[in-house]
Design a protein around this ligand. Structure first.
Ligand code: NDP
Length: 244
């Protein structure tokens, strides 16, 4: 039987892309899912699809920049499933632009969602996992958390931060709680829709011609969860074969 079977798993950013593909895959493997994002119409449809295929899922409307909403997400997961085995901090945005475009509001939004959202998720589940002396926190970083690209300084900085937070978490609570970084390259999702700068959009669209499907990332996440509890997959880098 799959190690995913019966696990209570929270996925943020489950309304599209990598989160949605991961929800479908983990549901097929018998996970009990709590799906979170802002677009509740998408989540409602996804839960119905998972349930009609025999899976177990529910959803909660959550903006990860709102700490109280993330806390409420953990609370209702505990009420629903009695435990939290895995948190997948996946919600993120990528409104890339050169720094001299001075899109300061977009910088703030990117930091709030991509960094603070991840920290709020960790804060919401960590006390329960420490009490249970077991748990797994999976943070979605990026190839952009390893290398800075022109026009992507702020986005890259958030993904460098996600990797630092995950590694710190591993060092501090790793005796019982697993910490995994998943670092994708170009994946065909709605992520590029948030780019408001036409020049940046043009450059990114050229890169994304080689993008791989979100199901490939879902498989990497499943692999990390499926390992026996004494095995912590620290990081998986996964990108299109042709990506630099
Ligand atoms: P999508 O745009 O398809 O998905 C992003 C998800 O994040 C959506 O479900 C969105 O839901 C959710 N989200 C955004 N803002 C918030 C918020 N404030 N509160 C709650 N949820 C939010 O893109 P991806 O699937 O590609 O992105 C998933 C993760 O993968 C991100 O962290 C991204 O940085 C990372 N990544 C993606 C890569 C790619 O090439 N696609 C490459 C490397 C990393 P909603 O709008 O309904 O709230």
């Amino acid at each position: 039987m799959s190690q995913v079977f019966g696990k209570s798993i929270i996925i943020t950013g489950a309304s599209s892309g990598i989160g949605e593909a991961t929800a479908k895959l983990l549901a097929e493997h018998g996970a009990k899912l709590m799906l979170a994002a802002r677009r509740d119409d998408r989540l409602e449809k996804l839960v119905a699809e998972i349930e009609s295929a025999g899976g177990t899922a529910t959803y909660q409307t959550v903006d990860v920049t709102q700490r109280n909403q993330v806390e409420a997400l953990a609370k209702s997961t505990l009420e629903q499933y009695g435990k939290i085995d895995v948190l997948i901090n996946n919600a993120g945005i990528m409104p890339v632009s050169r720094l001299d475009q001075l899109k300061v509001d977009e910088w703030e939004r990117t930091i709030d969602i991509n960094i603070k959202g991840v920290l709020y998720g960790i804060a919401a589940v960590l006390p329960h996992m420490q009490k249970a002396q077991s748990g797994h926190i999976i943070n979605i970083a990026s190839v952009a958390g390893h290398k800075v690209y022109p026009g992507s300084a702020v986005y890259c900085s958030t993904k460098f931060a996600v990797r630092a937070i995950s590694e710190g978490l591993r060092q501090e609570v790793g005796a019982h709680i697993r910490s995994t970084i998943i670092s994708p390259g170009a994946v065909a999702t709605e992520l590029t829709n948030s780019i408001s700068d036409p020049e940046a959009a043009k450059n990114i669209n050229a890169l994304y011609e080689m993008a791989i499907q979100p199901e490939a990332i879902a498989q990497a996440i499943r692999y990390a969860i499926e390992q026996p509890k004494e095995v912590d997959v620290n990081e998986i880098l996964i990108r299109p074969t042709a990506q630099e």
